[in-house]
Design a protein around this ligand. Sequence first.
Ligand code: F6P
Length: 360
Amino acid sequence: MTSIRKIGVLTGGGDAPGLNAVIRAVVKTAHNAGVSVMGLEDSFDGLIFRGKARPLEPKDVTGILRMGGTILGTVNRGDPFAVTIDTPDGTFNYSDRVQEMFRALELDALVCIGGDGTLGIAYRFHQLGIPLVGVPKTIDNDIVGTTSCFGFDTAVACATDAIDRLHTTAAAHRRVMVVEVMGRHAGWIALHAGVAGGADAILIPEIPYDPQKVADCILRRDRWGARFSIVVIAEGAKPIGGNVAVRSKASAGYAERLGGAGARLMEELEPLIEKETRCVVLGHLQRGGAPTPFDRTLATRFGGKAVELLLKGVRGMMVANRPPDIVPVPLADVVGKQRTVPLDNDLIATARALGVSFGD
Ligand code: F6P
């Protein structure tokens, strides 16, 4: 086993509050163990193109704990194993280039911080022999093997604050407010922010909804005198027998972009309830801003543990939150899977008992 003297760190996929906290923890922990760190810019591009790697020392990361975004930049398109070039020749496999650059930069290991896509790429490089550890990131909270990802708590706080604000204006105008939150495959943000914000209906990708059931819930509230309602819908929610609302289709190197679930629901509801309805899409507000204390702490623990594992010779693992510990889990058990909301989830049961509609 080679001893570790220099680690590369990269951030990939959509950003999430807490990325900088992980980078800071990696740099400080490594530095205190006598290991140097190279920051790789724009995900694996930092190992494909020259001039996109820079040394990171404690002075470069001081003060970034509370900052959203990532000082290294990120991309959520592309895959070094199939880089799409805008020529008739199509795609190229740059994985050799990544391995050459890894050696040229004299790196001994990588910390790859990202969601399912980035962790999947990392796993393939692990299979090719690059020593690395993954750190799970997504506001959607849908990575398997870990009870939580940093960024999720901040996204829920943002969505809850928005719902609180919409509550007062909904009540003032006796309207129905539809709030669309992120969550492609999993409804964790909608469920948690919906319950925390006191939503009357919560629609998640795991439970296809019937618009009439949502309308019934709103009309029931009207009958006992509430006269306004809040409906939280995940971007990946769909009506029974329908599809997810897509803004643009997947194309070479780019994932399908979702959008329009809230607007579609508003159109479905209006003829059924005959009440004024407004739709608000929170979108990327949920990914921005300062991480919550929970996310800063989790991100710091993830970064510190990733370095600790590499120094112990652990490879091909992802750090995971298994309260009260941060533990390694094999990347092989994680990639290509999604941790969706189980239908027997306790929070769904609690919300149902309170009269919250899930549209089913
Ligand atoms: O995966 C996290 C996520 O926030 C999804 O909920 C959303 O569909 C996606 O990122 C949007 O990413 P972008 O707009 O950056 O392509």
